[in-house]
Write a protein that binds this ligand. Sequence first.
Ligand code: FES
Ligand SMILES: [Fe+2]
Length: 352
Amino acid sequence: MQGLTAPIIKGLWYVALNGRDLKSGKMQPKKLLGEPMLFGRTDDGAVFAIRDACPHRGIPLRYGSFDGQSIQCCYHGWRFDRTGACVEIPSLREGQQMDLTKICTPSYACVERQGMVWVFVPRAGETPAEAGFPEPPLMPDFAADADPRFHCMLPFHCSMDHAAFGLMDPTHAAYVHTSWWFKKGARKLRPKEKHFAPSELGWSMVRHELPPQNIAYKILGTPVTTEISYMLPGLRIENIRGSKMQATGLTAITPVDEGETEVHQFFWVSAAWMSLGKPLFQHLMRVFLDQDRRVVVQQREGLVHDPKLMLINDADTQARWWMRVKDAFVKAQADGKPFENPIQPMTLRWRS
Ligand code: FES
Ligand SMILES: [Fe+2]
């Protein structure tokens, strides 16, 4: 099991940004998966990502300027378009021929879907289609242009494995998420039994009806059903359907490097009036996510001593599945074979 660091998986789409945070004509540097990236949005609205390094002398391009179409390096003024291609070298004089098509900074496949900016980080220069993932996954029940109503992101000082364990850990809530508004008296643990089945790049807690006394979900109109899917490279997708409205939540884990992670929380809700509660709801989301963040920071104090860790049945079975799915995926990549999902349908029982 992983300690302070965990290897990064490439060849998949990662959530990079909330699209709203990337304004037209602006650029935003971000280190993701150990790579220096520069995200931008052209003045016609298209998002892009290039490597944040000038091919001339290596200075990060973020120190330069962006006119909404091309980025000019701050050092000698070389200009690059949104694909990373060099389009101008100001020092050249008549007769000094240079083939600019041979000069570029690498670019990343980058798309905006459902209000999120996704970036594809290739393993060995392959395109998303060659890797078998031409598009990032779509959140159920919402159109490709549906913006999330709520979003927050917190940096977690931990590897992506420990961040992922937190996502799929059914027994920490009573001890970590102890706000009065979330689980009052939650330490009265109750027996739980949930059914799981393999699904794309992971597994799902199969769709089931929520108890009618669940007040928050009553807003959606009974009966309310929910399905929670976990998939590589660290996505937890919870889809809740009621007779009156639907909601989908995405928690997305994006490694900054092997020991640092960004955790995004997004919510799409079909009812427009829900936006009225945005300041309050976003605040509660942040408090909730911060409880997870704090516990991994405390955990780190123990992990520096490299202790032997445990995963127990059935509370940690999903954490075991995470490691198995990840290992099977990386092995399939290395062998050049299609990924075969190692998860079998199973019922898990615990108290929480
Ligand atoms: S270092 Fe970028 S133009 Fe020279
Ligand atoms: Fe949590």
